[in-house]
Design a protein around this ligand. Sequence first.
Ligand code: NAD
Length: 455
Amino acid sequence: MSAVELLADLRRTFQAGTTRPAGWRRAQLEALRRLLTEREDELTGALEEDLGKSRTEGFLSEVAAVRAEIDYALKHLDRWMARERIAVPGGLRPARAWAQARPLGVVLIIGPWNYPLNLVLAPLVGALAAGNAAVLKPSELAASTSRVLARLVPQYLDRDAVAVVEGGVEVSTDLLAQPFDHVFYTGGERVGKIVMKAAAEHLTPVTLELGGKSPAVVVGGDLRAAARRIAYGKFMNAAQTCVAPDYVLTTPAAAPVLADALAAAVRDFYGSDPRTSGDYGRIINEHHFDRVVGLMDGGTVVSGGRHDRADRYIEPTVLREVDPTSALMQEEIFGPLLPILEVEDLDAAIRFIAARPHPLAAYLFSDRDEHLEAFTEQVQAGGLAHNVCTIQLAVPGLPFGGVGASGTGSYHGRQSFRTFSHIQPVFSKPTGVDTLRLAYPPFGPIKRKLLRKLL
Ligand code: NAD
């Protein structure tokens, strides 16, 4: 079926009102939940094939993460759908005013390869909760997950309202040429611009969930604990995580201690040869393997550094003596290299971050309240976290998205519902006595005086 026909079919469903009732939305969310529970093995198996992702990590960061979004949406849906009463100024009374969330229509969700299940289905939770029809376009680079989604989604969800379209650039381009009512894109900046341009042709609103270089600043507290939390947030999914700390900024005194502690944390998590650990992932493809290995010469490797192209394996690697002008520090690493850069203090770290495009996330490790306060007030990033990294995404009530170069719009929890809704205002006045007549022309001196008094 062509993209034009597919959109026409889904639009018919939407216009027939099928997706509007709360009952349909709940039934779809519950069906999606069943899909995740009943087919967990197939889903985590596909993630393992695509990214060498351990079944436990696949369960935690993809299956359970989407299920948590569904449960949160089911719990709050009635409140989200309820009309919000708005106060009416005295001069316009008697009247009522309210804001109500309406679905946008048929939305397009384009996913990336790094969390290929989560980043297609978590937006879908918002789209369904808000009562939309949707087309899902998973990443062709995570081919097994794309296939399993294309097979399972139609078995569980309403086929007249949700479709999965598989394919690469050509298919994406074709879909983007259609007048969808919203495009939700997760991926890199380069394609983000293509998506935004294509959407502009139809004045279609977009959400762009992009990436960037997210810093972790370490200026105090227990360095070993910080190292474990950073190693965890960085090296899960072989560091192919949009909010993973891209680099570390720390003081000259802390840098060597932190580097040792990071190496120790990697050993604790994955053993002395992470390649043999069932819990450590692989790079998605040779192209990205070559790219990440090529970044290594931007600094001195102080731990890790081993790699094997045939296995798409790159060891968790810590670097020091980093050249800030190297590609390692110019592009998003999106792989298991962690450069440590030295700065004098927190103020210097904040200046370093401010001199670069706004990151998707920024992390501060410190036990001093004044540090937390200064960082929170001064750093502009999609999201901030104190003394942890990456796991802030597991709080469904927190909106997730970028700012500036790291993205436009946000989702998760209620924000997902709002992203896929139009908040429609309604102003309703009864007929009968015309209380507005004071404002009608002609405006004589008495009316003018009265109006000035009243307003
Ligand atoms: P990708 O190559 O899988 O591309 C993403 C999607 O865009 C795919 O579905 C692909 O088919 C489509 N696409 C690719 N080229 C296209 C084109 N020319 N026209 C139209 N569509 C096209 O993924 P990627 O871009 O390599 O993803 C990695 C990036 O995504 C990183 O920058 C990462 O930080 C970012 N990311 C962001 C988030 C987030 O939630 N903010 C999450 C994950 C990844």
